[in-house]
Design a protein. Structure first.
Length: 277
């Protein structure tokens, strides 16, 4: 649930801070960090802003900002374990339930990584989606085969991956339906990690989309897909130097065989954990 959904005197534990850039830095500096307990104290007469108690301080947040902080509330914890309490006792819930179990419950909720697969049409994005998730979405060799977003959930290394295969797009402008869809999704849903899948057969065209994703200040991992095709041609791609230059980790993959997928998932976990420290 969102921090903005907490009612007066409700308590919860922060599981994620969404958003990016200056907003994310500011709100983390205010004390809204993963694992911290937060309480809704009171709201302004018109309902906005809302005062929260975090790390021993009372801090006011606009509801629009609070919507970008995810929490696990006591009510969710009670519902999960079938604990029944009356309204008056909700204020003291932390003392009546095991605090350690509640912390563990919140920590597990924070181990769900929302991933958006973004790339040009025919870059092997859907093949990678199928292999990683065990799904069987249709794969074609013509532009526009993926006309909407596909979603699958799977677990690995104690993390739950919620992976979204977005429509193939060459850019993030506001002219074409697919571009509008992808841009809107990234801006409104704030995925934890964007996996930019690029086709090694046309690096220049694929990297144009990469530059637009970098401009959006997304937390990103690049999958250099169809790497076997590059090697068959005898070409060499110094992706290590490129990764260092642009500040984004790059993993070589072959979506149809699964080569590099495990390394990609481990890198996603690494980037996710780093951004939540």
């Amino acid at each position: 649930m969102k921090l903005s959904d907490l009612k007066k005197d409700d308590k919860g534990i922060i599981t994620k801070v969404l958003g990016r850039g200056a907003f994310r830095k500011r709100i983390i500096e205010m004390g809204f960090v993963q694992g911290q307990e937060v309480e809704a104290v009171r709201s302004a007469p018109l309902g906005d802003p809302v005062y929260y108690k975090v790390m021993g301080y009372n801090v006011s947040l606009r509801k629009s900002d609070a919507e970008l902080v995810e929490v696990v509330s006591m009510n969710e914890y009670q519902h999960e374990y079938g604990t029944i309490t009356d309204t008056e006792s909700q204020v003291n819930t932390l003392t009546t339930l095991s605090h350690e179990d509640f912390i563990r419950f919140a920590k597990d909720r924070g181990k769900t990584i929302n991933i958006a697969l973004v790339g040009n049409p025919n870059c092997g994005k859907t093949s990678m989606f199928n292999f990683a998730s065990g799904a069987y979405e249709h794969v074609g060799n013509y532009s526009g085969v993926t006309v909407d977003a596909k979603e699958e959930v799977f677990t690995q290394d104690e993390y739950t991956f919620k992976i979204i295969d977005l429509p193939g797009t060459y850019s993030l402008s506001t002219y074409i339906l697919e571009e509008l869809y992808v841009r809107k999704y990234l801006k409104e849903n704030h995925p934890d990690i964007v996996v930019n899948v690029i086709d090694t057969s046309n690096l220049e065209r694929n990297l144009y989309l990469t530059s637009k994703l970098i401009d959006m200040d997304t937390h990103m991992v690049i999958a250099v897909n169809m790497y076997d095709e590059l090697e068959k041609k005898g070409d060499r791609f110094d992706y290590v130097s490129l990764a260092r230059m642009i500040g984004v980790p790059i993993i070589p993959t072959i979506g149809k065989t699964g080569f590099g997928i495990d390394s990609l998932l481990k890198k996603i976990i690494e980037v996710y954990e780093a951004k939540n420290r």
